[in-house]
Design a protein. Structure first.
Length: 155
């Protein structure tokens, strides 16, 4: 029964994280994004729906690893920061693709980046592998931040 609960917990955490992606997917790049000036190092559009589900699975797994520890509660600061970064993650797509606010999205992704750093540090203190699982997410958001900045500069 404990193993069953553990598997349900893992799936639940992955679904929670994926909700940010489901929300963000409502705001597709579309024609507006296609006509923007973009740097040569912009990835093709198909890369994003491949990378994000992997990152959401890693984020969910990291949260689950902390959640299943007896000494950690979802009221812990680590989870506060985790949920803050998750909300900021979802918000970026709405600002950039939904509202076309490139500069505002840039400021927001900087806040997201900071929230991810805090989350990684707090997760790392509780369980190192949980912090490590978030490093690719930080890398991708760093790349996305640079891309957002370049698009803002070019347009």
């Amino acid at each position: 029964m404990k193993k069953y609960k553990s598997i349900i917990g893992l799936i639940s955490w992955i679904i929670i994280c994926s909700m940010a992606g489901i929300f963000g997917a409502q705001f597709e790049p579309g024609t507006w994004y296609e006509i923007l000036q973009k740097p040569t190092w912009t990835p093709p559009n198909w890369v994003f729906p491949v990378v994000w589900p992997i990152l959401y699975m890693m984020m969910g797994t990291a949260a689950w690893l902390l959640w299943k520890r007896e000494t950690v509660s979802v009221r812990d600061h680590a989870f506060t920061w985790f949920f803050v970064q998750l909300v900021l993650n979802a918000l970026w797509s709405w600002l950039f693709f939904g509202m076309h606010l490139i500069g505002t999205a840039l400021a927001e992704i900087f806040l997201l980046w900071i929230a991810i750093i805090f989350t990684i540090l707090l997760f790392w203190r509780q369980k190192q592998i949980a912090g490590l699982l978030l490093l690719p997410y930080l890398g991708w958001v760093s790349y996305a931040s640079a891309l957002n900045f370049a698009i803002w500069q070019l347009n």
